[in-house]
Each structure stands twice: as C-alpha cells, then as structure tokens.
Design a protein around this ligand. Structure first.
Ligand code: G2H
Length: 250
C-alpha cells in the first residue's frame, strides 16, 4: 500500500501579526506544490479562521491543541466541537511542548485524541523521547508508552484519522536533526508496535511523519526512508523553504 506523503507546518505561537500570516499564505498560494502530498498548516488558534479564508483550498488547516470537553466552564480552552463547527479538519495533540511545558500526560493526550475523534477531527499525534531517554536506550519504551494510552481508546477503524508524528525532543527547534537512519529506525519500531498492538493493516496504512529541525537541507534525505511518510515542520514552515520541504518527494 502506498501512504500519501504528508507535510504539516506547525507555526507554534508565530507569527504574531495578521500581516505576517497573510504573507505566509501568499507564498504558499503562489507556489507550485506537489499535488501528491497532503499539506496541512497549523496557525495559532486566533488565526485559524482567517487562515482558512486566505489559504488555497488544497491546503488544510489544523489547530495546535484542543480540550477533552465540547463546551462548558473551561476558560481559555479550545473545544473540539467548535473546531469541527468551524470546518477545521485537523488538530495537533501531544506535542512535546504541551507535554513538557504544560504538563500533559500520555493519558490526557489519549483523552484529547478520543474527544477529537468523537467530533470527526483528524489528529496529528506527537510522540518522542528526550535526549536523556535516548542516551539511556529508552526510545522505544517511551514512544510505545505514549502510544499505548491512545491504542487503549481508539478503535481499529479510527486509525485512518490519525497521523503519528515522531518528534525526538532533542531535535525540536535545536537545529540538531535525527539522522535519516535514526528516524527510520524509530519509525519502523513504531510501525512494528502498531502491528502488534492494533493490526498489521493499521501498521501498514498509518502515516508516521518525522519532526525536529526539518529544513530544506535535510528533507530530501529523510524522505528517502521507507517508513518516513512526511514531516511536521516548525521553524522552517514560517519561511519560503517550506515549499521545498513540501516538494521533498518530487
Ligand atoms: C518540532 C517541529 C514542529 P522544529 O516541534 O513540530 O519544530 O521544526 O522547529 O524543530
């Protein structure tokens, strides 16, 4: 089975003006993009709707987070039902910045995944180990532990709505990218885990993308790896080089 290449742009809390956001959309709108690649951009929550208006229709828009409840007294949170209502098809969940800075546990990320799926949203589910964990040879254990909680709450047929983003924490925003061999090794382990914990069909069909300092210089080599099905791009998604990353397979 061929898995459609997927490139996500995680803008994080950038840029902090609508003008800069418009400029980014214009660059993408004018670009010659590989039509075989699914492209999703995740602006800050306040800019989701203007971005959806401005961006070409073959690029999808994603939230960077959502809560587990659909409505109620949860000041500052984003409802997955509101995302659905606004026509936002994707949400990023479990990003390491959410896990480390905001203390989100794997159980909570799984609960959010369940809530998002219940609204019909697709999920970019992030997993990854710290440098300390990698050096202690705990990468598989950590990543499988993060996935295990999600496996518990997702039905087999729902995995088609999930893209797994493997983002080693030590490679995020540091300029230190995993080598293509390191990425391939962990992606293959994740696929093997899915085969044993869910099914071989899900393992074969699920896209596993890499994130962590992806740029125009390293994307082509990473994209040659058989289990690397795309990228989640942070810093470089705010620049024109994002186009070269989207076109990495061309
Ligand atoms: C990892 C990635 C996007 P960056 O967080 O999710 O960011 O490419 O800046 O390392």
């Amino acid at each position: 089975m061929t898995r459609q290449f997927f490139v996500g742009g995680n803008f994080k809390m950038n840029p902090s003006s609508l003008e800069a956001k418009k400029a980014l959309c214009t660059i993408l709108n004018d670009a010659d993009l590989d039509q075989n690649t699914e492209v999703v951009i995740a602006p800050p929550a306040l800019y989701l709707l203007p971005t959806q208006e401005l961006i070409r229709k073959d690029i999808k828009v994603s939230a960077q987070n959502c809560y587990v409840k659909t409505s109620g007294a949860y000041t500052g949170e984003i409802s997955p039902a509101a995302l659905k209502d606004a026509g936002i098809p994707y949400v990023i969940l479990g990003h390491s910045e959410r896990r480390t800075i905001f203390g989100e546990s794997s159980e909570f990320v799984a609960e959010k995944t369940r809530a998002a799926l219940d609204q019909g949203l697709s999920v970019i589910l992030c997993v990854g180990e710290t440098l300390e964990q990698r050096e202690a040879n705990q990468t598989s254990e950590v990543v499988e532990g993060q996935l295990k909680e999600v496996v518990k709450v997702v039905k087999e047929e729902e995995w088609s709505k999930i893209v797994i983003a493997y983002e080693p924490v030590w490679a995020i925003g540091t300029g230190r990218t995993a080598t293509s061999a390191q990425a391939q090794e962990t992606h293959a382990e994740i696929r093997k885990y899915l085969a044993s914990a869910v099914s071989s069909a899900v393992a074969e069909a699920t896209r596993i993308i890499y994130g962590g300092s992806v740029n125009k210089g390293n994307c082509r080599e990473l994209a040659t790896q058989p289990d690397v099905d795309g990228f989640l791009v942070g810093g470089a998604s705010l620049k024109a080089e994002f186009i070269e990353i989207i076109n990495a397979k061309r």
